[in-house]
Design a protein around this ligand. Structure first.
Ligand SMILES: Cc1cc2nc3c(=O)[nH]c(=O)nc-3n(C[C@H](O)[C@H](O)[C@H](O)COP(=O)(O)O)c2cc1C
Length: 343
């Protein structure tokens, strides 16, 4: 069983993300870009196709449900609804950190996910820092097997750990563990942040050791420093959170900078909240668009509410594509010259 302390922390994260002000004070950067509207798109709206290929598999639309809840009872119910969306809409889905499930040798709160979403592209999740706290290849394999994952992503969350009570803060020498994981594990390995962004230099280092994809999880949405502000009892850390409202690399900047030098599959996530932003992200160089906290309130409310939100996002993406005359994701990916940066 998950310890009550861990369960409490995970449920607190969900509650704080639902009810407190935890948004970064900087934007994700997509507000600085505008598409040039095409008055004569020369396509039929009904012919617009959203499917795309990601790591050799087909997604029916270029969306990922970002890793959120791992293993509590409350989280399990949310995951079930999100998994139903992933299955219905053919999106990819990340599971929240599976560390505690492995430590406590329990699968009960995640094993239903593969049953609910037999065809979805599912991504297992572990903190990269856990390699310095006793985890190895065996634990990675367990995470993959638990949900019959199509890929495994390691999250880098240095600042969350340093603001979190009793966080794991030894981030030394993790790259060689990532390289070993890439060579030893049977599925593609990805890297993600949790809301402060992946910089170009780190991306190059990850690509050099064979990582298959990068989810930038940039700034502009959920700030985990602000989340931890509501949990910590440490007056120093609590006070310091306000100096970090603007911390991180905006999502749009991450995509633009990494894409300059690397052809690696990229996921744009971090504060993504509409299909128009998704269209901008793809035109800027991302392959898939990840949505985190923006899905949470509807996932807590009901399956119907979550389905409606997913449909809205897809409609917004299609309408944006219509507005610039793109009939498929390949054309949208080639449409960067139709995206103008505002001064
Ligand atoms: C309630 C909640 C729990 C999360 N748990 C995890 C996690 O376990 N592992 C992880 O890699 N990211 C986790 N994240 C971070 C998200 O995957 C995402 O990177 C981050 O929230 C930024 O995206 P957003 O602005 O769309 O929320 C969590 C996010 C939320 C809102």
């Amino acid at each position: 069983m998950m310890t009550s302390e861990t369960e409490k922390r995970k449920d607190e994260h969900i509650d704080i993300c639902l009810h407190k002000e935890v948004t970064s004070h900087i934007t994700n950067g997509f507000d600085q870009y505008q598409f040039v509207h095409h008055a004569m798109p020369e396509i039929d709206f009904h012919d617009i196709q959203l499917h795309t290929s990601f790591l050799g598999k087909t997604l029916k639309a270029p969306f990922l449900i970002s890793s959120m809840t791992g293993g509590t009872t409350k989280g399990s119910h949310i995951n079930e609804i999100l998994a139903a969306c992933a299955q219905h809409f053919g999106w990819a889905m990340g599971i929240g950190s599976m560390r505690t499930l492995i430590e406590n040798k329990t699968t009960s709160t995640v094993q239903h996910i593969r049953k609910v979403a037999p065809d979805a592209f599912l991504i297992a999740n572990l903190g990269a820092v856990q390699f310095n706290y006793g985890f190895g290849i065996e634990e990675c394999k367990q995470a993959i097997d638990m949900i019959e994952a199509d890929a495994l992503v390691f999250h880098f969350n240095s600042l969350q750990e340093v603001f979190q009570p009793a966080g794991n803060t030894n981030f030394k020498n993790l790259l060689h563990h990532i390289e070993h994981a890439v060579k030893s594990l049977p599925v593609p390995i990805g890297i993600k942040e949790v809301g402060f962004g992946i910089d170009q230099h780190s991306a190059q280092q990850f690509a050099a050791v064979g990582v298959s994809f990068i989810d930038v999880a940039g700034a502009g949405g959920t700030s985990w420093i602000q989340v931890e502000k509501y949990r910590t009892d440490d007056p120093i850390r609590k006070q310091a959170t306000s100096a970090f409202h603007n911390w991180g690399i905006p999502t749009a900047t991450c995509i633009k900078e990494i894409r300059k030098t690397l052809p690696i599959p990229l996921i744009a996530s971090g504060g993504m909240s509409s299909g128009v932003e998704a269209a901008k992200a793809i035109a800027l160089g991302s392959n898939v668009v990840g949505l985190g906290r923006t899905l949470l309130p509807n996932a807590v409310q009901s399956e119907e509410a979550c389905f409606q939100q997913c449909e809205t996002l897809q409609f917004e993406l299609q309408a944006a594509m219509f507005g610039i005359g793109c009939s498929n994701i390949k054309e949208l990916a080639d449409a960067h010259q139709r995206l103008k940066k505002q001064n």
